[in-house]
Design a protein around this ligand. Structure first.
Ligand SMILES: C[S@@+](CC[C@H](N)C(=O)[O-])C[C@H]1O[C@@H](n2cnc3c(N)ncnc32)[C@H](O)[C@@H]1O
Length: 294
């Protein structure tokens, strides 16, 4: 019996260690609390959010408040964090913690899918972590417009998401009046593995004005040239990978019914793309030079 135990012991230890390794490799949920000291997740994303003492920030889709409380500490007693969620159970959880820990600078908002219910022109920044892909497609326009109108004129929107390939999200943000200023694709130093195609983070600013209806127009095959240039610009900003850029080119080039754009149209579109920050002034000037004169 003792011999059997001795033989089985190494196998049991190996099994136990293997189990532990497997457990630690399992994806943890985004709702796990970031640890306090030197959390790599927090460091990498706080570089983009750049929360400052006294600022007013909303954590939209806050869940149980994983990021709400670190943000509340960052803005300090003179700042304020709005913890917003559509799920009553989550908002109650955050409210309970606010009460238990006697936190004075967090306010909880129970919102609806297409309206984060934030006061107009009141926020320095909005943080949206692992939420954008949970927002119902039909609610996305209201969700983003609500965030835009709640931001102060030069307010910032930071989106962090584990579902890689942020092209669609960037396009939706342009459409709803945001300018992309920084993209981390992929986002480094993320402790929790992504379930799908990798974490990314975007920093956008509330644009001065709403864009002309650019993207719906770009969907038309006759606008293929400008779509190519926008794809190039997104690649330059690090939003599209080289591989995605190539497949985007192919998709645009193979668009059925492709026709040469009429003379004025590319100019309109380049101007519009520049106005919303999709093209830098330098690139826009270069592209304008490429448009054939009549
Ligand atoms: C995966 S959890 C992320 C929670 C939290 N941001 C975090 O990182 O731990 C997604 C959260 O988004 C919330 N949510 C989904 N759609 C929303 C919407 N349209 N407006 C506000 N919150 C929303 C859900 O209720 C859920 O709590």
């Amino acid at each position: 019996m003792a011999r059997l135990h001795r033989r089985l012991l190494p196998a049991m230890i190996a099994l136990l260690l293997g189990g532990l390794a497997l457990f630690s490799a399992l994806p943890t949920t985004a709702e796990d609390e970031p640890s306090t000291a030197k959390d790599p997740d927090q460091e990498s994303i706080f570089q983009l959010i750049a929360p400052r003492a006294g600022e007013v920030i909303a954590d939209v889709g806050c869940g149980k408040g994983t990021w709400t409380f670190p943000l509340a500490r960052a803005v300090g007693a003179h700042g304020r964090i709005y913890a917003v969620d559509i799920n009553r159970r989550k908002t109650e959880q955050v409210e309970a913690r606010v009460k238990d820990e006697k936190v004075t600078n967090v306010e909880v908002i129970h919102s609806v899918a297409d309206n984060p219910m934030l006061k107009a022109d009141s926020l320095d920044a909005v943080f949206v972590n692992n939420v954008i892909n949970h927002v119902d497609r039909s609610a996305l326009a209201g969700f983003l417009s609500g965030i835009r109108s709640a931001l102060k004129p030069s307010g910032r929107l930071i989106i962090r998401d584990p579902n890689g390939g942020p092209g669609r999200v960037v396009a939706e943000c342009y459409r709803h009046g945001f300018t992309l200023i920084e993209a981390k694709v992929p986002l480094e130093n993320v402790a929790r593995p992504s379930f799908t195609s990798g974490w990314y983070a975007l920093k956008l600013l509330r644009a001065d004005r709403m864009p002309p209806a650019l993207l719906p127009r770009l969907d038309k095959p006759s606008r293929h040239l400008t779509r190519l240039h926008l794809a190039e610009e997104l690649y330059r900003l690090g939003v599209l990978t080289r591989e995605e850029l190539r497949s985007t080119w192919e998709a645009i080039e193979n668009a059925p019914g492709k026709v040469d754009p009429a003379v004025d149209e590319p100019l309109d579109l380049i101007n519009a793309a520049e106005a919303i920050g999709a093209l830098s002034p330098k690139t826009a000037t270069k592209l304008r030079g490429r448009v054939k004169k009549p």
